[in-house]
Design a protein around this ligand. Sequence first.
Ligand code: 5GP
Ligand code: MN
Length: 355
Amino acid sequence: MIDKLLNEREVKHLQPLLKGCRNVVLTCHVRPDGDAVGSTLGLLHLLQSMGIKARVITPDQPPRSLEFLPGFSDIVPYARYSDYGSRLVDEADLIIGCDFNQLSRLSDLEPAIASAKAKKVIIDHHEHPDVAADLLISYPDMSSTCELVFRLIAAMGYFEFVSFESATCLCTGIITDTRNLSVNCQHLDIYEIMLELLRMGVNKSLILKETMDTKSEDALKLTSFALCERLTVYKNHHAAVVWLGKEDLSRYKYEKGDTEGLVNQALELRGVIYAVFMREDEDMVKLSMRSIGDFAVNRICIDHFDGGGHLQAAGGQFKGSVQECLKKLESVMPEYDDEVRKAADRLIAQGYVLK
Ligand code: 5GP
Ligand code: MN
């Protein structure tokens, strides 16, 4: 059942690539999330069980919320260890890129991967993939790259190589990308996959606690401050925006990952169909968007913020201050009013109470 959705030709192409390689580099998108790190580490443990040497290189440092994952401490963040990372890429005979649809998502790691002589495989679930690779395995209807990796493992008949460590990593990507199986679960057999992973001994409570329910004191205060002081509800647009400026971030000693989940809190507001979070980083504003129903928040990111992502979860960036970014968003919001109203009507028809 689980392996039925995949294209057999792709599976037949992947199998010899894995069997024939000796030295693999696994990589994923910048500012990696649970799915990006879960899929690369999940594959790392699988390959190691098969006796294949493998390393995970991330463009930058993954967040502390993923520190509990087996193999986390062996990850090579390229931003910090670029010489070592480049050497590993040079020595690899196979590169597997997970959870991204454009090479630009690799940030400063892009040139090294683009020019590498190794064979390249991309395994991803974002729409409109645009990456040159020897094998591109793209399924935008999958909840997560981890779901796709699990199905590939099943289709290749490699279950015997799935260790507890690998299962834990794959389960983490499924849980974080679906917000604990509440969004993006197009295929019901995601529950079968979860059952298999839990049977392998995966500790779901641990994954939930570490990835979604743990914060430092400063981070908790920062997100509380943001909701009290930096949240605006745009009733006419069914939208909510929350933002944090540079000063706010330094006041609460911001660290990577501290604002994770904030955009979802804004989305909790009754009547809100989409929520936007803006964070003013050193050289740009990073945007994070979430929606309910079928309102395509990735459209706003693609159209106006040099970004992309999924229908209900997308991101982008803006060159300028957070105030300028807010102005720009406010100026483009009316473009989406029709779509957002239609999405609201469809939700009401399904029984959601929006007022
Ligand atoms: P997040 O809001 O958690 O950073 O990202 C949500 C989703 O949008 C993820 O699937 C992520 O890959 C995608 N995403 C976030 N930022 C960008 C971006 O700048 N460009 C593109 N293409 N996708 C992004
Ligand atoms: Mn993903």
